[in-house]
Design a protein around this ligand. Structure first.
Ligand SMILES: Nc1nc2c(c(=O)[nH]1)N[C@H]1C(S)=C(S)[C@@H](COP(=O)(O)OP(=O)(O)OC[C@H]3O[C@@H](n4cnc5c(N)ncnc54)[C@H](O)[C@@H]3O)O[C@H]1N2
Ligand code: MOO
Length: 430
């Protein structure tokens, strides 16, 4: 029975997480990059808008910009239907209206043809969709004119200069992690480069004599390596520079040499396996000999034998070998620290209440991150189905999950129908 209730010296999860954050440093080096390369990069300086957006009043519709001095703010439908306007010119996107004499404004009773996005003259006080007018030649003056088929509102369909972003406005603070639409926003401000923190360099290695890379034949007792594949994928989603160091044998000298090499190349070294108390578990021993162990063993399940420490130049995370334990400890403990080191603002994953559809087994002693499938019941309520296989070696179970069921350290399980806390998988693990 692997019951750790009576095992002393297990650090509570929240304390482990906060200890990690207070024992790592944020990188200071920054670089200028093209905005096309800025997705998921972390800002090293706030971004302030150099211009106002939109730069000019412009039309939200294809149609006609009119000047009707009887239109007023706050009144609706106050332009008489069948009112007529003399057509004096055209404003296209990128080519504003100019009269034959070079004027850019309208007189009362005049209109121009206008396209979506084209500059609206300051003197115009509404844009009319072309579907809502008829156009004809004035029989007396022979001028081209339009007739409004419906009343219009004051300033209808005009997008105003600066209504999106004011010049000088701080759009993003230091530590903001840019996403795809933000790149478009930066481009809309005319910014071609931004200053970001350089990428964090993270070395990943797996320890274990039994481990083989996919593609190699398995001898008796061997298994295919999976932890580093999970970690590398998550690090890539975090947009960090990964240094893959492969599989290291359960040999103290080999592990020592691998840790020293990793420390020379990376800001962070992450190993998995060999961190428990078995005869071939050298991770913690080597860490204490060539670096320091800040803490070892956390009161969480899966992932109890998690080690955190420092090497000469880098921070060290020793993850347990069981694949689910490695994935969960990386996600729950290492990721917040890595994000902080990379310069990113803290984020919290979404936690919700849900009804469990089946019994949840749990002994007091360690905080559980059970794996579940969140869904919406026929009645429209949030529910969670705990996955039947919660073993820390069962990868297929976490692969099917879309959330954690979070059970506090002293919690002793639940009956079907109870309300539990779930945490939705984020884009790093999910
Ligand atoms: N006497 C005790 N034994 C164990 C304890 C304990 O407290 N006392 N803790 C258990 C818990 S909890 C965990 S978690 C594991 C963690 O052990 P290690 O970190 O030393 O991991 P290993 O023994 O090296 O491997 C465990 C398991 O995982 C497989 N593995 C390892 N690396 C990989 C990899 N890269 N890819 C896929 N699978 C991997 C390995 O073959 C083992 O099956 O210790 C318990 N024991
Ligand atoms: O219970 Mo271990 O912590 O298997 O992951």
């Amino acid at each position: 029975m692997n019951d750790c209730y009576n095992v002393p010296n297990l650090m509570p999860f929240e304390l482990a997480k906060s200890t990690l954050l207070t024992n790592v440093n944020m990188i200071t080096e920054t670089e200028f990059i093209a905005i096309q390369d800025a997705d998921q990069r972390i800002l090293a300086k706030p971004v302030t808008s150099p211009i106002q957006v939109p730069a000019h009043n412009n039309s939200a519709m294809d149609g006609y910009a009119i000047r009707d001095d009887s239109l007023q703010a706050g009144l609706t439908g106050n332009s008489t239907p069948l009112k007529q306007f003399k057509l004096v010119g055209i404003s296209m996107a990128g080519s504003p209206y100019k009269s034959k004499l070079g004027g850019t404004e309208l007189n009362n009773g005049e209109c121009i043809r206008i396209m979506t996005g084209a500059v609206v003259p300051n003197s115009a006080n509404a844009v009319i969709m072309q579907e809502n007018v008829s156009s004809q030649i004035n029989p007396e003056t022979k001028d081209k004119q339009i007739t409004l088929l419906h009343p219009t509102k004051y300033q209808a369909h005009i997008r105003f200069a600066g209504e999106d972003i004011q010049q000088g406005h701080v759009l993003f603070d230091t530590g903001y992690c840019l996403k795809a639409v933000d790149i478009g926003l930066l481009s809309s401000l005319g910014l071609s480069q931004i200053e970001v923190f350089r990428k964090l360099k993270v070395a990943v290695l797996s320890t274990g004599d039994e481990l083989k890379m996919p593609g190699q034949p398995l001898q008796e007792g061997d298994i295919y390596e999976s932890n580093s594949q999970i970690l590398i994928a998550m690090l890539q989603r975090l947009n960090m520079s990964v240094i893959p160091l492969g599989i290291i044998k359960d040999d103290k000298t080999a592990i020592t040499n691998a840790f020293i090499k990793a420390d020379q190349e990376a800001d962070v070294v992450i190993s998995s396996g060999g961190v428990s108390v078995g005869d071939a578990d050298y991770t913690k021993e080597v860490l204490s000999e060539i670096g320091t162990v800040d803490f070892w063993k956390v009161a969480i399940k899966p992932g109890k034998p998690f080690a955190f420490g420092k090497l000469d130049n880098s921070v060290f995370f020793g993850l347990p070998g069981n694949p689910v334990s490695a994935a969960v400890t990386f996600h729950q403990l290492a990721v917040p620290a890595l994000r902080y080191m990379a310069g990113a603002n803290a984020t919290a994953n979404t936690q919700l209440n849900a009804t469990t559809t089946s019994k949840i087994n749990k002994k007091a002693g360690r905080m559980d991150f059970q794996r579940g499938v969140m869904s919406v019941s026929e009645q429209g309520n949030l529910q969670v189905t705990p996955l039947p296989a919660q073993g820390s070696g069962i990868l297929s179970s976490i692969s099917r999950a879309n959330c954690y069921i979070i059970l506090a350290q002293e919690n002793q399980g639940h009956q079907a129908g109870d309300t539990v806390t779930i945490e939705l998988f984020d884009s790093i693990i999910g």
